[in-house]
Ligand binder design. Sequence first.
Ligand SMILES: C[S@@+](CC[C@H](N)C(=O)[O-])C[C@H]1O[C@@H](n2cnc3c(N)ncnc32)[C@H](O)[C@@H]1O
Length: 226
Amino acid sequence: MASPTNPLKDAGVPQHILSLLDRLHTASIEQESRLDITAFAPDQIHNAARDAFIALDQDKCHFVYQLARAMNAKNIIEAGTSFGVSTMYLGLAVSANVQASGGSGTVIATEHEPSKGEQARKYWAEGGEVVSKHIDLRVGDLLQTLKENIPTIDMLLLDIWAPMTLPALKVVQPHLRHGAVVIIDNTISSASRYKELLEYLRADHSGFTNLTIPYSNGLEMCVYTP
Ligand SMILES: C[S@@+](CC[C@H](N)C(=O)[O-])C[C@H]1O[C@@H](n2cnc3c(N)ncnc32)[C@H](O)[C@@H]1O
């Protein structure tokens, strides 16, 4: 969904990147109008969505960008990259944060399907260095690719099939800094699919404080303060 405000535009992100993002969101929405992935059983989703974007909604991407800027997030993990749309926002935020306050930064992007990873790299190249230079794409099952070389993490975006969300969180949790933010998409519309994850996050003494933001289908923002 288009937003009346655009923090990327305010931050001076070049027009060709704004146009590329608009184009990719439009393509994703158009595809989703023909493919309802919630209709598939968990073991069918991989095949059904092999060629599909299923990008995070644009207004949610704007929120995630704005949040990453506010937190000065420099190390982010994205669980579920697909064709790399939300990754572009994370890459832009980390680039801007590194440029503003120095140091290094990485967006660890994870995608199971090699063909999707390849296409994501093409889109990032179209965006240019400001998008791509901090992205470390790891292709394969994230339970394997996130086993090593993980810095202290400021933010985790869980935008992946529901059964993978809790295992992904558990792999990343030891690397979360105090105050790290975990974002999870569709926690209202898919609450039953996320049952185990939400119970884990909302349990007494889980170490997380939780807030459901009323974007379309819900967006969970959890802060790790163990
Ligand atoms: C909802 S899409 C991600 C959309 C992306 N964040 C965006 O906004 O453009 C979820 C992706 O997670 C990937 N995926 C599913 N299971 C995975 C796993 N175990 N490891 C890595 N990627 C996985 C799927 O192939 C799919 O492309």
